[in-house]
Design a protein around this ligand. Structure first.
Ligand SMILES: Nc1nc2c(ncn2[C@@H]2O[C@H](COP(=O)(O)OP(=O)(O)OP(=O)(O)O)[C@@H](O)[C@H]2O)c(=O)[nH]1
Ligand SMILES: [Mg+2]
Length: 239
């Protein structure tokens, strides 16, 4: 028995497979089936799956993006937490259309949770749908949620050794956001070291540095988001 983690950019290989004597079982095939149904249903919505350890600044960042881009783009958020609706409340406080997925203790969001949530949130006119995943660098990496892009935050307070310890999260992400850069003068964290390790895991990984507190890098990420929304709309028109 072995676990296949090759070819990270192929969605089918985002999840493990079990090879026995006469057969290969894709362990999360049902999840991938649902993820594709989500993609089909939200053809012209750009979907971003935002992942990180607990507390790296996902909700604070999405609140800021809502404030900055809310007039240009119609933004919605599905946010997962094991308990409480606090993050959805925080999003709504700044005017973002948001729905909480309480996973009841589960450490990740699965595609079927997103599909069910779509019946409880109005996404008419939504250009950009964020999925804020449960804070966890391990399990969320295995579950395709129908997203177009996976963005992983790593805060300067977490230590710069995480990409090699939790490689699949970085292997399956398109962008790594180094968050809380305002704290760099106070913590032992090297942007060069974390970038080197992350790119050894995934040579195609884009890297941006941000701070929601002092605003560093937020304009750049807004630009990145606007480009991705535009690309999605163009792709949808060609279909
Ligand atoms: N110094 C600093 N603190 C930040 C920054 N962004 C967020 N924080 C703080 O970090 C803490 C966690 O922020 P959240 O946005 O709740 O983090 P999260 O990733 O959504 O947390 P979970 O949803 O629980 O995984 C809060 O106290 C924020 O005020 C930042 O750019 N700099
Ligand atoms: Mg949060």
């Amino acid at each position: 028995m072995s676990t296949n983690t090759q070819n990270p950019k192929s969605l089918g290989n985002r999840v493990g497979s079990v090879q026995c004597d006469n057969t290969t079982l894709h362990l999360l095939k049902a999840n991938d089936y649902v993820a594709n149904a989500i993609r089909e249903r939200l053809k012209d919505v750009c979907i971003i799956n935002v992942c990180s350890s607990p507390g790296s600044g996902k909700t604070t960042l999405l609140q800021e993006i809502g404030k900055r881009l809310g007039k240009e783009l119609n933004i919605s958020v599905l946010v997962g937490d094991p308990e409480t609706e606090r993050d959805a409340v925080r999003m709504r406080e700044v005017g973002i259309n948001a729905l909480q997925i309480v996973t009841g203790g589960m450490c990740h969001i699965e595609a079927q949770m997103i599909l069910q949530a779509l019946d409880h949130i109005n996404l008419d006119g939504t250009d950009l749908l964020f999925i804020e995943n449960v804070g966890n660098l391990l399990c969320p990496s295995a579950f395709d949620l129908g997203e177009d892009y996976r963005v992983t935050l790593i805060a300067t307070t977490e230590g710069d050794d995480k990409p090699k310890k939790y490689p699949r999260m970085f292997l399956t992400s398109e962008l790594m956001l180094v968050s809380k850069s305002d704290l760099l003068p106070y913590v032992p964290f090297s942007i060069e070291a974390v970038t080197k390790d992350a790119r050894e895991v995934n040579p195609n990984l884009e890297v941006q540095t941000i701070s929601t507190l002092n605003g560093e890098g937020i304009d750049e990420w807004c630009q990145w988001l606007k480009e991705k929304v535009q690309l999605k709309k163009e792709a949808a028109q060609q279909k």
